[in-house]
Design a protein around this ligand. Structure first.
Ligand code: MP5
Length: 218
């Protein structure tokens, strides 16, 4: 982690630890996650990544130079196989993203991502870094604590704890540069951490709603 990236995480150390060690993350490692929670996560995170790709495409248009666009475009390319993985895993479980209505936590998070583009490249880059670093740390924690070698979540663990993903997150950190983050960057980064927690809560909560989409009939 370079200077500014490190400071962003350090500025939210307590909430960061709560997100990385969220009960959903721990249950995934311990293989005790209820199936319903995993299904909620699959549907919600698929939707998250669909909207996240639009955010990342927007960020590329704001990037100031070619080296930055090279790094960001690499991240964009990786989302094609990632979305294919989600679709396969959803289909394997008989789940369909068609007609899926995201939980307000997912809607709020993805709306925040897209809105952050209006705050300019530096702030949106801090948001991107937070999103990717959060999943790198959480899924690395799952890998490190996994109690079974053949985890049913193996493909997702591999996706976000692989060295190639860690290098990408490092490159994003380098794009952030050195020196103290601006107050707007630190604030936006703090919002990412809060949204990560809210997102985990929403898919993990035993009280979360049913999987079937609500029907709005007139
Ligand atoms: C990521 C994600 C990582 N898929 N979902 C949440 C809630 N936070 C972060 O983003 P990506 O694009 O899958 O690497």
């Amino acid at each position: 982690m370079t200077g500014r990236a490190k400071q962003l995480v350090a500025g939210e150390a307590a909430l960061w630890a709560r997100s990385v060690e969220h009960p959903f993350v721990m249950a995934t490692a311990e293989n005790t996650l209820p199936e319903g929670a995993f299904h909620r996560w699959l549907l919600a995170d698929h939707r998250f990544v669909v909207e996240f790709r639009r955010f990342l495409a927007g960020l590329i248009t704001l990037a100031p130079d070619e080296p930055a666009r090279d790094v960001l475009a690499g991240g964009l390319t990786a989302l094609t196989p990632e979305l294919a993985l989600f679709r396969t895993q959803l289909a394997d479980r008989g789940l369909s993203p068609e007609g899926y209505e995201p939980d307000p936590a997912c809607l709020a998070y993805t709306s925040f991502l897209l809105a952050s583009l209006y705050n300019g490249y530096d702030v949106a880059l801090a948001v991107l870094y937070g999103v990717e670093k959060a999943y790198l740390d959480a899924w690395t924690a799952v890998r490190e604590r996994a109690v079974v070698a053949n985890s049913p979540y193996r493909s997702f663990i591999d996706n976000w704890s692989a060295p190639v993903f860690a290098s990408y997150v490092d490159e994003l950190g380098e794009l952030l540069g050195t020196g103290a983050p601006s107050p707007a960057q630190q604030r936006a980064f703090g919002e990412v951490v809060r949204f990560e927690l809210l997102f985990w809560d929403s898919v993990h909560a035993a009280s979360a709603g049913p999987l079937s989409p609500r029907k709005w009939t007139t």
